[in-house]
Write a protein of this length. Structure first.
Length: 521
């Protein structure tokens, strides 16, 4: 069955089509995520209780990205792809069962320890809360005990999603984040009035979402006959390989998340609202990063792993080059739009209820800083699989450590003058350093090879960006107009500017000669 499924996966279409499927599902999730943030901003604003929730949510969410969607997926997918390509279905099922049992037991132990030591974790990740001896620290610790088990549930969800992605079922894992947003929106609206501390309802919403997301994928695993029957298999050869690959991958794939967490730690020492301002601006940066960068990364990892297993070096290089081109075509206009529309976006999405005009200004400033690093954030997502698919974890580790050290240096240099904006600037600068070193390594190893047509592509790209800049500048009204409008007026203005900008950008690309055959993998 394994080889048959590989052939079936290939028949499903190219990387562009698969990326489109993941992108559409992720877009739905991100839109609902913005609705979620609008609801949270309306109910809780940038208050001390909101800061406490964002810390309690960020800790398991950070570890999810680090372990589940980061190191584990990057280590598991290449090994699973190898089993899928070279072994029969029974061997694949045996690997899945043992990985499920081993991963589940390790995560259960971590979860129990974290729940017991919640105040210690809160003090580590938000030391400013602890040192100020405010209610925020106690509230964050209380909510962390509720939210941390989400790590166990969502890691198993990511494990199931990695199996489905390897077998070409990209839509289901891409849809599961929608369920988190639905649960959080429902918790804010319906559960928060039932609590003495209303924001605690959001913590319970996170836990409920973890259960729902995991169960949702069971039928699709059953269809593949790969629903795990967990068996602890520490000594299994496949499990050992995955664990050995995971250890260095912890740094290599998730340096951006580590940098964001360092921002939170330092922001906890700054004025009240800093954590929330960074959160709202990070959420908007995550929209193009999640919809496009992660979509392309999700699709190319199993593809690169199969090409490496079959020793197709030319196809491997072509796939990486295609991914970098796609990132440039998407990241540069997205970054430009976020910079030009920073305040209007914050106003349109979040300026209701408890959020103040000062919160808008502060969030917009950090959004512009994050947007400057968007290209680097997205490049990391597609360059790192060039290493992980070849089971090379050591090189990204070295690069990640250097980037993390640089991030801390930039933080300490910039935070004093620019406050929370300096933290976002440091994250962007260190991301560019990370991406540049990843690309240099792939070129040096002759894994990444520049394909013909780059000069023409760059000319088309910069022409389109110039037109996009002109259209946004012309159509976007002043901040006062955005502030004075109601929700529908703001939404209509934003829709007009975004649609007109996107249409003009792609129209110029087409008029300059770009065709589907140029971007189809």
């Amino acid at each position: 069955m394994g080889k048959g499924v590989v052939e079936d996966t290939k028949r499903r279409g190219g990387l562009l089509r698969s990326s489109g499927i993941v992108g559409i599902m992720t877009m739905l999730s991100r839109v609902l995520g913005l609705v979620r943030d609008v609801v949270i901003a309306n109910y809780f604003g940038a208050s001390g209780s909101a800061d406490a929730f964002f810390v309690a949510f960020k800790i398991p969410n950070f570890l999810r990205r680090l372990f589940a969607e980061g190191a584990f997926s990057q280590a598991f997918v290449p090994v699973l792809s190898e089993y899928q390509t070279q072994k029969d279905h029974d061997e694949v099922k045996r690997l899945v069962d043992r990985v499920a049992g081993t991963l589940g037991l390790i995560l259960l132990a971590i979860t129990v320890l974290a729940v017991l030591a919640a105040p210690v974790l809160t003090a580590v990740f938000a030391p400013g809360f602890y040192m100020d001896h405010t209610h925020k620290f106690d509230l964050a610790s209380e909510m962390l005990r509720i939210t941390f088990p989400y790590l166990l549930l969502i890691s198993l969800t990511a494990f199931a999603g990695a199996i489905l992605n390897t077998y070409g079922r990209f839509a289901v894992p891409a849809f599961t984040p929608v369920l988190l947003n639905v649960c959080l929106i429902g918790s804010a609206i319906f559960l928060s009035p039932l609590f003495d501390e209303p924001i605690v309802a959001l913590a319970w919403g996170v836990l409920i979402a973890g259960v729902v997301q995991l169960i949702f994928q069971f039928p699709f695993l059953m269809h593949l006959k790969l629903l795990p029957k967990p068996v602890f298999g520490w000594q299994d050869e496949g499990v050992q390989r995955i664990l050995k690959l995971m250890i260095p991958a912890l740094f290599g794939v998730s340096v951006a998340q580590i940098n964001l967490l360092l921002d939170t730690v330092l922001a906890s020492f700054l004025q009240t609202g800093s954590v929330s301002w960074l959160y709202y601006s990070d959420r908007l940066t995550e929209l193009p990063l999640g919809v496009f960068g992660i979509a392309i990364s999700t699709v190319i990892l199993p593809s690169l792993a199969r090409k490496h297993a079959s020793r197709s070096s030319k196809e491997f290089a072509h796939t990486l080059d295609w991914a970098v081109r796609m990132i440039l075509l998407i990241a540069l206009p997205s970054a430009l739009a976020l910079i030009l529309l920073a305040e209007p976006l914050i106003i349109t999405l979040f300026k209701y209820g408890a959020l103040t005009e000062r919160d808008v200004t502060m969030s917009a400033m950090s959004l512009q800083a994050y947007a400057c690093g968007l290209l680097a954030f997205m490049l990391i997502k597609v360059l790192a699989p060039g290493y992980f698919s070849r089971q090379d974890m050591k090189t990204p580790v070295k690069i990640a450590v250097q980037a993390m050290v640089a991030n801390m240096v930039f933080n300490l240099l910039l935070i004093w003058h620019f406050q929370h904006v300096g933290l976002a600037m440091a994250t962007a600068l260190s991301a560019f350093l990370n991406a540049a070193m990843l690309l240099r390594g792939l070129i040096r190893e002759k894994v990444f090879v520049w394909q013909p047509g780059w000069g023409v592509l760059l000319i088309r790209l910069f022409l389109a960006l110039a037109v996009l800049f002109a259209v946004i500048t012309w159509l976007s009204p002043t901040v006062d107009v955005w502030m004075s409008g109601d929700v529908w007026q703001r939404a209509q203005h934003m829709l007009l500017v975004v649609v007109a900008g996107a249409v003009s950008y792609f129209a110029v690309l087409v008029l300059a000669g770009l065709r589907m055959r140029h971007i189809r993998a």
